[in-house]
Design a protein around this ligand. Sequence first.
Ligand SMILES: [Cu+2]
Length: 170
Amino acid sequence: MSSLLLGILAISVPQPVQALEMDVDLQDTLTFNPDEIVVQPGESVTLHLSNGDAPHTFTIFAQADANVPFDTAGLNDYHDQNEKIVDVMLSSGEQRDITFTAPSTPGTYVLACMTLGHANGGMHGALTVSSEDGEPSGFAVDTTTLVIVAVVAIVAVVAVALFMFRKRSA
Ligand SMILES: [Cu+2]
């Protein structure tokens, strides 16, 4: 019975390297679309950036849950003094793919456009590193199998326990 339980643990332990790929538009209405990107800790993230007509930057700060000021002077100072996960500027109509590794610390990482007045005008968002131990979508079948195996194991343990209890009291 203990070997079966060890087997279940072995199935649940491996964490395959995850990869996320998505499109993000940098819009002249001073919005990122989408403005929230949810990732798993340490995940490889590839974004296909599409820029509007105005020059915009795609800047993600490296400090989790930071209180980033969006007024022009405050944001410029913050940008000068702090680490960035990503910091790229796109020209008019530019399309660019970027790849980075998501932080290992769960939390919210500020995304902002550094073009004068844009962040203050609403052009900011978030990279959210999930605190949940998410399963990659491609492994959904494995999760189902794991649940079935776990349920069968629990039923088996209870059945054996009941059998031995009855045997004892008989
Ligand atoms: Cu902008």
